[in-house]
Ligand binder design. Structure first.
Ligand code: ADP
Ligand code: MG
Length: 615
């Protein structure tokens, strides 16, 4: 990925900005809470070209924040200067601010932090045998001395805000502060895949990333396998900017925007415009009222932005909002469209126009976007392609008999039964491959159906529908399953017990942190109840707060249906027929509840091209 912005490594000596310059820079509260201290200090390490950064915190950072890096270090002659207001090695005049590409530049962080804590900084630059250490307590210098040190910088910030009771009052619980720190470190790690980060909270490792060239690897390290399995890449470069990153499917959408990260020129920012552009692009495919997961990088010439709108709120302003919105929307939209297209293409034959003087059996293919589910939407789409409404009706005719192209000039309409709309043509089954895939054909197309994914989706739609209607059929377990939960899980179960009840699980509390499962949904057969239950509980927990009941039911249904499907079943032709005939009429047969495709289609044309029968 060609970078528009090159980071300047802060090997330069430190300058004191003149009064005028410093006044022009919006002064801000840099040190709001422990997480903002961590952010400023880690950014300094990044600016110093570090390749390994380790962060240690105790008691949510209030007792200790210790950051070590292997960056360039600070020149021993500058070590005191670094703690003076407006001392920075990163810019020297106001012009530089508009072309800024280091993370820091205001020269405010170190003095502000040292004013409200006991700070010790030790640093050594290459070429020097010794390092230098400075200690400052509540803004007052205690000592500066020569010390042994490895190249790079280590800074220890203790007892932050001890001398500022007013500020201390605003801090949240130590767990909450620790999680804010984890959040900011994760974001910095995402933006800097090449740097390895280590975060230790009260002696326990919270986060470790490894140096990689690949953003995907970093996302997977930070967010885990489930998210890694449910994201797709997007990327686009134009004259004004480059945009790239990963966006998630419905499976990993959340009730909050927590899992969204925007980086402009590698700086983590909050930006409504960009978030809305991504969300709008996703919503045009997935019907959800949740927020999609995404990690997005926008690289743009610094002249087109102003990062200094507010120094601490991490906002930027663009010269041209509309262009940025369109770029982001188009990029994400195209990527999703492409990925869906690879899963399944719904192709329709276009009837031959009476006044077109073409060879009589020439065919044209029209693609209907997959995201259009309802008949009306399809009609509009088709109208836009210039095909008559009658054609839509003919699409439905496929259900009854083999599809025949309408005769020229016919305007005959066929009455449609409302509910039974097939989503793809009736298929002739050819056989089964690997006890997993059903092979079938219709007209000039070859279909491959993942039988487990298809079965799962059928169960899923049936189950979620019966949950909605409050009529899940349950089976009584011969031997009730007793499960001992952790106190945290138990509380979580109790908070959600109505959800389980409606979903067809009859559960009793059986004493301290212990529950008994007596009834489960009928379609489950004989599931491994213990693991299914804990998996559901974990998943619900991971959904985070603020989710609707529907989201929770969908999650339960996804997991339950997966558990209900046994792998590698050899089906006979009759069973395959039933499966496919059911699949044709469900609401959305093309993707399994996890978002993976259920059906893949290849046309005769593509096949012949592969065999080089045609060019
Ligand atoms: P700013 O980052 O805005 O320049 P700071 O107060 O954060 O201001 O830091 C002041 C200066 O101290 C920086 O410009 C840089 O030269 C130096 N500095 C701070 N932290 C480090 C570090 N970890 N490694 C090397 N130099 C550092
Ligand atoms: Mg800084």
């Amino acid at each position: 990925m060609p970078s528009l912005v090159k980071r300047v490594i802060a090997l330069a000596r430190i300058n004191l900005l003149n009064e005028e310059t410093s006044n022009k820079i919006a002064a801000g509260e840099v040190v709001e809470r422990p997480a903002s201290v961590v952010k400023e200090l880690v950014e300094n390490s990044i600016d110093a070209g570090a390749s390994v950064i380790s962060i240690e915190i105790e008691e949510g950072g209030q007792k200790l924040i210790k950051i070590s890096d292997d960056g360039s270090g600070i020149n021993p002659l500058d070590i005191e200067l670094a703690f003076m207001p407006h001392a920075t090695s990163k810019i020297s005049s106001i012009e530089d601010i508009y072309a800024i590409n280091t993370l820091g530049f205001r020269g405010e962080a170190l003095p502000s932090i040292a004013a409200v804590s006991k700070t010790t900084l030790k640093s050594r630059i290459s070429g020097n045998e010794f390092g230098k250490e400075i200690s400052i307590n509540g803004g007052v210098k205690e000592y500066v001395k020569e010390v042994g040190a490895s190249i790079g910088t280590t800074i220890e910030v203790r007892d932050i805000f001890n001398n500022v009771p007013a500020r201390q009052k605003f801090l949240k619980s130590t767990q909450r502060e620790a999680s804010l720190i984890t959040d900011i470190v994760s974001r910095l790690a995402l933006a800097n895949s090449k740097i390895s980060f280590k975060l230790i909270n009260n002696g326990k490792k919270v986060l470790t990333t490894y140096s990689t060239e690949n953003l995907y690897d970093t996302i997977r390290t930070i967010y885990g396998k489930t998210i890694g399995d449910n994201i797709i890449k997007f990327e686009k470069h134009t004259d004004i900017a480059s945009v790239y990153g990963y966006v998630g499917n419905a499976e990993i959408s959340r009730g909050s925007r927590n899992n969204q990260s925007v980086f402009v020129n590698n700086r983590y920012i909050k930006n409504k415009l960009i978030a809305t552009a991504v969300e709008t692009a996703v919503k045009s495919f997935i019907m959800i009222n949740k927020y999609p997961f995404f990690v997005l990088f926008l690289e743009i010439f610094p002249e087109f932005i102003d990062v200094n709108v507010h120094p601490t709120k991490a906002e930027v302003k663009f010269e041209n909002d509309r262009e940025i919105f369109k770029l982001v929307f188009d990029t994400v939209h195209e990527a999703i469209r492409e990925s869906l297209k690879n899963n399944f293409e719904m192709e329709l034959e276009k009837p031959i126009d009476a006044d077109v003087n073409d060879t009589p059996n020439k065919r044209e293919t029209v693609q209907i976007p997959l995201d259009l589910k309802t008949l009306e939407e399809k009609t509009i789409a088709l109208n836009n392609t210039g095909i008559s409404k009658d054609f839509i009706v003919n699409e439905k005719q496929i259900e009854a008999k083999d599809y025949t192209a309408p005769v020229q000039g016919t305007t005959e309409r066929i009455t449609i039964e409302e509910e039974k709309v097939p989503k793809f043509p009736a298929l002739r089954i050819i056989g089964q491959f690997h006890s997993t895939y059903i092979l079938a054909e219709a007209a000039e197309d070859f279909y491959i159906i993942d039988q487990h994914a298809a079965h799962e989706k059928i169960l899923f739609e049936k189950y979620t529908k019966s949950i909605k209607q409050g009529e899940v059929t349950a089976q009584i377990l011969l031997t009730p399953v007793v499960i001992e939960l952790t106190p945290e899980d138990f509380i979580y179960y109790v908070e959600n017990k109505d959800i389980f009840k409606v979903a067809g699980f009859d559960i009793e509390v059986f004493g301290d942190n212990t529950i008994t499962i007596r009834e489960v949904p009928n379609f489950l057969g004989k599931p491994e109840m213990r693991s299914l239950f804990t998996e559901i509980l974990d998943n619900l927990k991971n959904l985070g707060s603020g989710n609707t009941h529907e989201v929770k039911y969908n999650r339960i249904a996804t997991l339950a249906c997966k558990a209900a499907i046994k792998a590698n079943d050899t089906l006979n032709i009759e069973e395959m027929k039933v499966l496919i005939d059911t699949l044709r009429f469900i609401e959305d047969p093309f993707n399994c509840p996890h978002g993976r495709p259920t059906i893949v289609k290849t046309s005769l044309y593509d096949m012949e091209k592969k065999f080089k029968r045609i060019q």
